[in-house]
Design a protein around this ligand. Structure first.
Ligand code: CDP
Length: 212
């Protein structure tokens, strides 16, 4: 059994990041937002003026990824979202990012959020949460995030892009978005961030204790 790995998966803007960060801080574990890896690969492809859906280019950029790519300030927003979704469907990209994610948790565990943490990266994780919310609730949260950053994108566009990316994430052959069989579902449609955190922390403590 891999010690103290908390896998948090789910569709876009379900509240995974906020939840994962708080769980990590409370439990004293490092946190990895794995979406950043795919976002950074997508950006590297765009920098070269190439197509993020091209498997050869996307894998090449995934293998060339550097730590500084993950702290770029242009990894969010509609263009970065779309490029991340495209490179994430390339099996060679996923293979290139696998070891980094596994190594991240190798020193005493970690909290990781993404799409395939509980199904592919850490199928043995003692704690697996699948965090969801209705499309409208998620689109509204993302729209607010964009507003707060000064990006005035119409809510309808956010909803449409999010529905497309979720459908693409769920339909792809390589590590599709789906709950692991032993994941606990957490629907945050009617929960604020505090309620989601309290529920998730209780589940995580329970599962970690059971895995000891
Ligand atoms: O923040 P948001 O939920 O919109 O997305 P993200 O978690 O940053 O992930 C961006 C994209 O990367 C997703 O739409 C997926 O296509 C891809 N991704 C993935 O395939 N596997 C992961 N473990 C994390 C992200």
């Amino acid at each position: 059994m891999i010690p103290r790995v908390i896998a948090i998966d789910g569709p876009a803007a379900a509240g995974k990041g906020t939840l994962a960060r708080r769980l990590a801080a409370t439990l004293g574990l490092p946190y990895l937002d794995t979406g950043l890896l795919y976002r950074a690969v997508g950006r590297r492809v765009l920098d070269r003026g190439l197509d993020p859906a091209n498997p050869v280019t996307a894998e090449h950029e995934a293998r060339a990824l550097k730590p500084t790519d993950l702290v770029r300030t242009d990894l969010r927003g509609p263009v970065a979202d779309a490029a991340a979704g495209q490179v994430a469907a390339v099996p060679g990209v996923r293979a290139a990012l696998l070891d980094f994610q596994r190594n991240f948790a190798s020193q005493g565990g970690a909290v990781l959020d993404g799409r395939d943490i509980g199904t592919v990266i850490f199928p043995e994780a003692p704690v697996k949460l699948f965090v969801t919310a209705s499309l409208d609730a998620r689109a509204h949260r993302r729209w607010l995030e964009l507003q707060n950053r000064g990006d005035a994108v119409p809510l309808d566009d956010v909803t449409r892009d999010m529905a497309n990316r979720d459908a693409q994430d769920a339909a792809r052959a390589a590590a599709p978005l789906r709950p692991a069989d032993d994941a606990i579902l957490l629907d945050t449609t009617n929960m604020d961030a505090d309620a989601a955190f309290t529920t998730a922390l209780a589940i995580a403590r329970d599962r970690l204790a059971a895995a000891q």
